[in-house]
Design a protein around this ligand. Structure first.
Ligand code: NAD
Ligand code: UDX
Length: 468
């Protein structure tokens, strides 16, 4: 079997960083180098005080355990590639903004650039692992590019090894994944490469959790897993609308449904809508794939998952306005949480962005507090990275250092992210400072509804027909 001694990971982001740091921790005999073209990101990974570029519980301890031992962060991409015998490609694959498939298809430019770089600087054979999430048959394109540009004597074996970690629990997920999926060509060389990568994971993952399949199945499984999780949330959110109209309680419904072992209890929490860099993107990738295969009904099915999510976000924003006597002009709305979920500082596709945009279009004043998101990031998101003029947004939005500060004098509080600290705030003191009637919109159904009502709050939750 091929023995992997040196690994390089191209892309030091949310996936490449934590994934390969865990590989280094669990495999002290393998040298792992994570490279990126982004100097400030690499500097942060090398920060002497461990102020790492991403916030993820447990990550600092992993990096402390092996940085400088067998884990290195560097901008020397070419050197990293040249030395490695296995290369993880973990670059970003955003949705295309223009051209064919704009708004749906994945932009594979970064993958192609990284692939061409690998072909150009490699002087020995490599196993190239597609870690980024990519449309089906991308491995085929990578192989064509590599083979067309390979130096004499260099062979490239391509594997697909999609990553299933969720942000906020990345380290837990990487330590004990439900499964690791490796796709390869079913040729002898492909199977050998697959075995080499499986042996790396076998250093800490039980063999029965390492699944090996064909390349295309592996690529499609990643899109499918994400789209099916997104579909579960959209399903429960669409039930939440029925609950609100009938007086049923969506948490009770989800509990009852989830008790069926065929359905299972996880990922059935109704919410203001899902966010994050993955669910919407991969559902749309699947829609695009189906369309390009002329499977219009299939495309429509998966598109409905995304439409339902947009509907849920709009429905919630509209409920805030309706409840505040049909106008929020000049009113102060305190938004608690800006990250797309708890335990991360990531704001990509966060429902908070859409909600605040809605409130601003109704000319409300907005205060925001999030324990992990910086003011500069909030402004980038609200101005759509500079596409909208900053001044009116800066005038209307204030980012606050605490929840208490954000809620002072507010007409309504809107909980968007399920940060634990929001559950046990000093709600009595907050109520005292607010305009009356004091409204709370719990976009995550995490607050203690009865206690808040006892204090005097008017509480609106997701998926309950209860009176205020
Ligand atoms: P990211 O934007 O955080 O990181 C990607 C990094 O790659 C960036 O720092 C960028 O500078 C670097 N990069 C791009 N081209 C490069 C090149 N040619 N050479 C060196 N560095 C280069 O993205 P991410 O969230 O880590 O996602 C990476 C991939 O993993 C994507 O395909 C994503 O869809 C997938 N994924 C993400 C998650 C998640 O939770 N974020 C989970 C599973 C899979
Ligand atoms: C997701 C997948 O879970 C992971 O396997 C994949 O590798 C990347 O995409 P991530 O987006 O990081 O991970 O977080 P996830 O926990 O899946 O949450 C996504 C969104 O759904 C968040 O906005 C979350 O708040 C929301 N959500 C999740 C719900 O609204 N209800 C739920 O029951 C679960």
């Amino acid at each position: 079997p091929i023995e992997v001694k040196k690994i390089v990971c191209i892309g030091a982001g949310y996936v490449g960083g934590p994934t390969c740091a865990v590989v280094a921790l669990k495999c002290p005999h393998i040298q792992v180098t994570i490279v990126d073209v982004n100097q400030s990101r690499i500097d942060a990974w090398n920060d002497p005080d461990f102020n790492l570029p991403i916030y993820e519980p447990g990550l600092v301890d992993v990096v402390k355990g092996c940085r400088g031992r067998n884990l290195f962060f560097s901008t020397e991409v070419d050197k990293g590639i040249a030395e490695a015998d296995l290369i993880f490609v973990s670059v970003n694959t955003p949705t295309k903004k223009s051209g064919l498939g704009a708004g749906f298809a994945a932009d594979l430019n970064y993958i192609e650039l990284a692939t061409r770089r690998i072909a150009e600087v490699s002087t020995s054979s490599k196993i190239v692992v597609e870690k980024s999430t990519v449309p089906c048959r991308t491995a085929e394109s990578m192989r064509t590019i590599l083979e067309a540009n390979a130096k004499p004597g260099c062979r490239f074996d391509i594997l697909s090894n999609p990553e299933f970690l969720a942000e906020g629990t990345a380290i837990e997920d990487l330590f004990a994944p439900d499964r690791v999926l490796i796709g390869s060509l079913q040729s002898q060389e492909g199977l050998d490469a697959c075995a080499a990568l499986a042996n790396v994971y076998a250093n800490w993952i039980p063999k029965e959790r390492i699944l090996t399949v064909g390349l295309w199945s592996s690529e499609l499984s990643k899109l499918a897993a994400n789209a099916m999780l997104a579909q579960r949330i959209s399903s429960v959110n669409m039930l939440s609308a029925i609950c609100e109209a009938t007086g049923a309680n969506v948490d009770e419904v989800a509990y009852a449904v989830g008790k069926d072992s065929r359905v299972g209890p996880k990922f059935l929490k109704a919410s203001v809508g899902f966010g994050g860099s993955c669910f919407q993107k991969y559902s749309l990738n699947l829609v695009y794939l189906a369309r390009s295969l002329n499977l219009e009904e299939v495309a429509r099915y998966w598109y409905a998952v995304v439409e339902a999510n947009d509907y849920q976000k709009n429905r919630f924003a509209k409920k805030v306005v309706d409840t505040l006597f049909n106008t929020i002009t000049g009113k102060k709305i305190a938004v608690l949480g800006f990250a797309f979920k708890a335990d991360t500082g990531d704001t990509r596709e966060s429902p908070a962005i859409d909600l605040i945009n809605h409130f601003l279009s109704e000319r409300a004043r907005v205060t925001v507090y999030d324990p992990e998101v910086q003011e500069s990031q909030i402004m980038l998101d609200l101005t759509d990275y500079g596409a909208k003029p900053a001044e009116p947004i800066q005038k209307a939005v204030t980012v606050c250092p605490s929840a208490l500060e954000a809620c002072k004098g507010a007409d309504a509080i809107v909980v968007v992210t399920e940060w634990k600290e929001f559950v046990n705030l000093d709600w009595q003191s907050i109520h005292d400072t607010m305009n009356k009637p004091a409204f709370i919109f719990d976009g995550r159904n995490i607050l203690k509804r009865q206690e808040l009502k006892n204090i005097g709050f008017k509480v609106v939750s997701i998926g309950t027909g209860d009176r205020l």
